[in-house]
Design a binder for this molecule. Structure first.
Ligand SMILES: *Cc1c(COP(=O)(O)O)cnc(C)c1O
Length: 234
């Protein structure tokens, strides 16, 4: 099942890339493994997906040893400042940086480990009250502020688009995120050249790719519906 799902998603990624004149290999399919046990994650790894996304620090820590050296973890969810220390040397990319306080803590912990931490800035592109992320108008100043931190490298932008039935409704937002990235790159801020756009999930990754996504974060499409403990109790 998992293997077939992945094959189908890869084919759709390829088609969306070709439709928009892009190379399929320029798009990373990040397998979102929240609530998924390591046996099932292993199936995805065997099908070729070695980059895994989690939205909670604790889930990365729980699965880290079992999944071993051959996978790369991405933190995609809200990160509390007091938890940075647990994952700083365990993740490949932090997608969800959206406050100066958090950036300062990442800088401090990365410096202590003598590493440079690649990060994305999370943007609340549709300006929804329920979502994390910076208002689009705040992003440039924020990036200017963190660009001087020596142990952080700003690689791009990330957004969690609105939940919609019709993915076309998010096309405008994906395009806006890409335009924001292009605009900020044109400012030629020292140490900042962004080339990652993390946008698009199960419901809308093809539209996101057409609008320039370089990382799509797909959970349900690979593993099926997630079961949370609350749901099981009902
Ligand atoms: C859960 C999650 C996803 C994946 O969502 P699906 O709709 O299951 O593909 C992507 N990004 C973030 C930040 C998530 O928390």
């Amino acid at each position: 099942m998992i293997q077939e799902n992945i094959m189908e998603i890869k084919e759709r990624i390829k088609q969306a890339a070709l439709r928009s004149g892009r190379l399929p290999e320029d798009i990373l399919l990040l397998a979102v493994t929240k609530t998924i046990d390591t046996d099932r994650i292993q199936e995805a790894v065997e099908a070729g997906l070695t980059s895994l996304g989690e939205n909670k620090v604790q889930e990365i820590l729980d699965k880290y040893e079992t999944m071993g050296e051959n996978v790369k973890w991405h933190l995609i969810g809200h990160l509390q400042t007091n938890k940075v220390k647990y994952i700083i040397d365990k993740v490949e990319l932090i997608h969800s940086v959206e406050s100066l306080k958090l950036a300062e803590e990442i800088e401090k912990r990365a410096a202590a480990k003598n590493i440079i931490m690649p990060i994305l800035v999370e943007v609340n592109i549709a300006q929804e009250d329920s979502k994390f992320g910076l208002h689009p108008s705040e992003v440039e100043t924020f990036i200017r502020n963190i660009s001087t931190m020596q142990h952080i490298c700003v690689k791009g932008l990330m957004t969690v688009a609105p939940y919609v039935e019709n993915p076309e409704e998010n096309r405008y937002y994906f395009r806006q995120l890409r335009e924001l990235l292009v605009d900020i790159n044109e400012k030629k801020i020292d140490n900042v050249h962004m080339d990652i756009l993390s946008m698009g999930m199960t419901g809308d990754y093809e539209v996101a790719i057409e609008e320039g996504a370089t990382i799509v974060r797909v959970g349900t499409g690979i593993f099926g519906e997630r079961f949370y403990p609350e749901k099981l109790n009902k």
